[in-house]
Ligand binder design. Structure first.
Ligand code: F6R
Length: 580
């Protein structure tokens, strides 16, 4: 939540910072702002989205600059609360991602000492604290400020007359791209890959003094060395590549993503040895990653006979269940605060921890004992699609390895089945959904998490209320809501729950709700029963999880597009939820 970028080098900073912020807009888009240091610090900021604006760079001169794109936490999204924030003199500017938990107390004390505040944010206290400690050495002033801050932060600070950026992090991500006599600091690597592939991942507690010549890192006062790592994400991955939205591009990348992840997961021996021990596996995750976790539960339990519990990250921290055995944290970004907190709790309980993540160097990889990387590449759309598919690929590949490759035949061809699912028409279903007040998604077993994920996609990008249910549960309450205005998307592929799904669909039809049935080619019963039949090629169960997921993603996308919604940046959301 919130994206920050900083540049120092020989080029004009404002343009590079602005372009970088556009790449980070998925982290929040309530307001934006840039500050540059030429002879003095100049700040331009306002509410709204940076991608909708033409910034006037003639006012923002200088080759040292910082910027911010905001997801509001403290203070409404308006011009005043947009970052960067300045001290009383306007000589120091700060951008911040995270939350300063003791800001109210700090602010009261600072006001008592004569400081004037111009925003309602927690961040502004940092600017005033740096001001108090500043006597010509920005690095020392920031270093003296950091111990006073409670909470989480990734900050970039510049000051008048200082040819440097001070970058510091604690529990919020911050990376530094290393160029040729230039450095770019950012919340993640997507703003950097236009300029360099060489990246330093800062650790919690690090404070970096970044000049054109070097990046000197200290931790709690002592110098530390951090390795320069190579990023393998392609610049094309972070562009729309001719698609109208990132989400559609990312949906279409899924055959490749599935294949890439399947083949790379085999290279995680540490994780495999932790998982191959008998006993209970626990999984923690949020949102779509939680749905992937539920899929893991059904798959691990039914294919490997291993008991699995799945917990929502935000619940786990405060209601930690009795733990034994490995704990898996699934997180695309590797930065979701609740998932990180849960993994830390698991470690404190002495459990081995495994991260399943898409982002090399992300915070979760630093917490977990072992990491399994998904190979989705950068996911720019706020709604998760290809990262969910990659998480599925990682899960089934783990199972395949644990089962001596008994799924191998199905998995090797699965990417082709995803390709086919991308072409299956869903237009009639879109027409039915676009005017709906509410949509139910139902499935059983493995298709219950798929239904949950389909409903999440629909509600987050089309703003139509949608709920996923285990098909048998609909009778226990939600039936009261069924009407001709509440379509039900029913997943009824062949398998042992098919007959009971058919009975459930008949019950729903008897209450007057239209049904969109997702089944397979050659089914004779389902098409007769439902209002709209979406037919997938016949396949194994694991393949069907992937192909039905693709259909539901496309249904959500096309419905949202028909309604003219802001698909890549749905209202009120941010991709990387780094606050509790
Ligand atoms: C939904 C979505 C979110 C994320 C959730 C967890 O489309 O993207 O629900 O899945 O915020 O994020 P990660 O996986 O980064 O921990």
């Amino acid at each position: 939540m919130c994206g920050i970028v900083g540049y120092i080098g020989a080029r004009q900073a404002a343009k590079i910072v602005t372009e970088g912020l556009k790449r980070l807009e998925y982290r929040g888009y309530d307001s934006f702002g840039v500050a540059t240091m030429n002879t003095k610090v100049t700040i331009a900021k306002k509410s709204g989205r940076i991608s909708d604006e033409n910034l006037n760079y003639t006012d923002l001169l200088g080759s040292v600059g910082i910027g911010h794109t905001r997801w509001a936490t403290h203070g409404v999204p308006n011009d005043r609360n947009a970052h960067p924030h300045a001290d009383c003199t306007g000589r120091i500017a700060v951008v911040h991602n995270g939350i300063i938990e003791n800001y109210a107390e700090l602010r009261r004390d600072l006001i008592g000492r004569g400081h004037t505040f111009t925003s309602d944010t927690d961040t502004e206290v940092i600017a005033h604290l740096v001001e108090e400690h500043y006597s010509g050495d920005l690095c020392s002033a920031v270093a003296e400020t950091l111990p006073l801050l409670e909470g989480s932060y990734a900050i970039l600070v510049i000051a008048e007359g200082e040819q440097r950026i001070i970058a510091a992090r604690k529990a919020s991500p911050l990376v530094i791209g290393v160029g040729d006599r230039e450095f770019i600091c950012a919340s993640d690597v997507t703003p950097l890959i236009d300029h360099t592939r060489r990246v330093i991942y800062l650790e919690d507690g690090d404070c970096a003094d970044v000049t054109r010549a070097e990046c000197l890192i200290t931790q709690y006062g002592g110098p530390v060395k951090r390795p320069i790592e190579e990023v393998d994400w392609d610049i094309q991955d972070a562009r729309k590549g001719g698609f109208p939205h990132y989400m559609l591009k990312e949906i279409f990348e899924q055959p490749q993503v599935f294949y890439n992840t399947l083949h790379s997961v085999r290279e995680a021996p540490d994780a495999f040895s932790l998982l191959s021990k008998p006993g209970m596996i626990s999984i923690v995750a949020c949102g779509s990653s939680f749905h992937a976790g539920l899929l893991y539960k059904y798959l691990f339990e039914s294919y490997c006979g291993m008991p699995v519990r799945v917990e929502i990250g935000s619940e786990f921290k405060y209601y930690t269940p009795p733990l034994s055995g490995p704990v898996i944290g699934i997180t695309q970004s590797g930065e979701t605060a609740d998932t990180l907190a849960a993994l830390k709790m698991a470690k404190a309980c002495g459990c081995p921890t495994i991260a399943v993540t898409n982002v090399v160097g992300s915070s979760v990889t630093r917490i977990a004992d072992a990491t399994i990387y998904t190979r989705a590449g950068p996911e720019m759309s706020v709604a998760a699609t290809k990262s969910f598919m990659a998480q599925l690929a990682a899960g089934v590949q783990i199972i395949d390895c644990l089962l001596n490759h008994s799924l191998e035949n199905e998995l090797e061809r699965l990417n082709f089945r995803i390709e086919e699912a991308l072409m299956v028409p869903v237009d009639d279903a879109v027409i039915l959904c676009k005017d709906a007040k509410s949509i139910f998604y139902i499935g059983r077993g493995l298709f219950y998490p798929v239904a949950l994920e389909g409903a999440l996609k629909m509600k987050e990008i089309s703003y139509i209320h949608a709920e996923g249910y285990a098909a048998g549960e609909l009778k226990h309450g939600p039936f009261a809501l069924l009407s001709p205005d509440t379509p039900v998307v029913a997943i009824a592929t062949p398998g042992r729950t098919y007959p009971v799904m058919i009975s459930n669909i008949k019950e729903i039809k008897a209450r007057g709700a239209p049904v969109i049935g997702i089944g397979v080619i050659g089914d004779t019963q389902l098409p007769e029963l439902v209002d709209i039949f979406i037919a997938l090629p016949k396949s194994g169960e694991v393949t069907a999880i992937a192909t039905v997921s693709v259909i539901l993603q496309r249904l959500a996308y096309l419905t949202a597009d028909t309604l003219g919604c802001d698909i890549d940046k749905p209202r009120n959301l941010a991709k990387s939820v780094t606050v509790e």
